[in-house]
Design a protein around this ligand. Structure first.
Ligand code: ADP
Length: 340
């Protein structure tokens, strides 16, 4: 007989999280449906928290997602299509996997720019009522996007029914979607914006990562603290630095230097950008800066500039990029630190 308290237990567990093993499986989920929920086989070395409890920070996002999970069990409805936006490496894929895990459904990851409608339809059949994670949806071909409308909205394709599914779209460029793919955006019911992590959040993430990945090794708390302050509030960057720390056995100062990090995550490339803008004294175009740095425009656009803008050191104007007053102060401080 089904446990009559499953609803209470399920909700409490989801909200307060006391371990997956205690989760009572709701009636709408078959206990043994043969679904391969986790693709750990494919990525054995990648650390990913598997529950909301282990997913650090992002309280607003977690609360909203939990409410929809509870609602989707309650009404026995498929989980609504969701967009998760935030910068690269900040936890979009991980969060999507946690939702699938909490829902007890299968999970399939696709890259938007490589996805034609046929691939998408195959994935719908494959997940069998589960979740498709479409990464970088701002890069999806426009005709494919248009073909998705009826599939997403009415679960039909060419007048024929397709199995219900959930689409989780991830993007670093929500503005681009609003500008060029608005009807697509409208078909998502939940929009989640990931927030910047605090240094404390970053420290918790990296400590947990190291404790799980390097079991039995000494937790180098001081070095990890420095890593958390030098990762441009990006968990993936913190993980890379921590891996280098543990693999190489080098001192933290050397770890930062080898990665050209001067201070607070600012690198020698950032300093060169600031110096260049300062020297020019007038707005400079994207292509010119990339050329000067010797990096592709996309690298500049996604890896370098966002952190400088976020920190208020650089301003984007319609005529180009300029350095701010704070930028000049930071530039001088970085020059000094680099000199020592
Ligand atoms: P994205 O999909 O946004 O590029 P990922 O989900 O792949 O980012 O996250 C990169 C790495 O950082 C993963 O190993 C992930 O587990 C870890 N990570 C990201 N966000 C968090 C978080 N909030 N708590 C714990 N680990 C996180």
């Amino acid at each position: 007989m089904k446990n009559k308290n499953w609803w209470f237990n399920f909700t409490m567990n989801l909200l307060y999280g006391d371990g997956r093993d205690k989760l009572i499986i709701p009636e709408c989920i078959e206990e043994d449906d043969g679904i391969d929920i986790f693709e750990e086989k494919e990525e054995p070395s990648l650390y990913r928290p598997l529950s909301f409890k282990d997913y650090i920070g992002q309280e607003k996002a977690k609360n909203m997602l939990k409410a929809f999970i509870v609602g989707s069990y309650k009404f026995k409805k498929v989980y609504p299509h969701t967009i998760i936006h935030g910068s690269s490496g900040c936890g979009k894929t991980t969060l999507a996997r946690i939702i699938a895990q909490e829902l007890g459904v299968s999970f399939k990851e696709l890259l938007a720019q490589d996805t034609e409608v046929e691939t998408f339809l195959e994935a719908i059949n494959e997940v069998n009522g589960g979740m498709i994670f479409l990464d970088e949806i701002h890069r999806m071909k426009r005709d494919t996007v248009e073909q998705l409308y009826s599939i997403m909205e009415d679960f039909t394709w060419n007048g024929k029914a397709v199995p219900e599914f959930t689409l989780i779209g991830a993007t670093t460029e929500i503005g681009e979607i609003l500008k060029t793919r608005k009807p697509f955006y409208e078909r998502f019911k939940i929009i989640i914006e990931l927030e910047d992590y605090s240094n404390d959040n970053m420290y918790s993430i990296i400590k947990k990562y190291v404790a799980k990945t390097y079991k039995g090794e000494r937790l180098q708390t001081k070095a990890l603290k420095i890593i958390s302050e030098n990762s441009r509030v990006t968990p993936r960057k913190a993980i890379r630095l921590a891996d280098y720390l543990y693999y190489s056995g080098k001192k933290i100062k050397k770890i930062l230097a080898d990665n050209q990090i001067i201070d607070k995550g600012y690198t020698e490339k950032d300093l060169r950008v600031l110096e260049y803008l300062h020297k020019n004294g007038k707005p400079v175009g994207l292509d010119t800066i990339s050329l000067y740095l010797g990096v592709p425009v996309v690298t500049y656009n996604y890896e370098i500039e966002p952190y400088l803008v976020k920190s208020g050191l650089l301003m984007r104007t319609s005529r180009g990029r300029t350095i701010t007053q704070d930028g000049i102060i930071e530039m001088k401080s970085l020059q000094q630190k680099k000199g020592v």
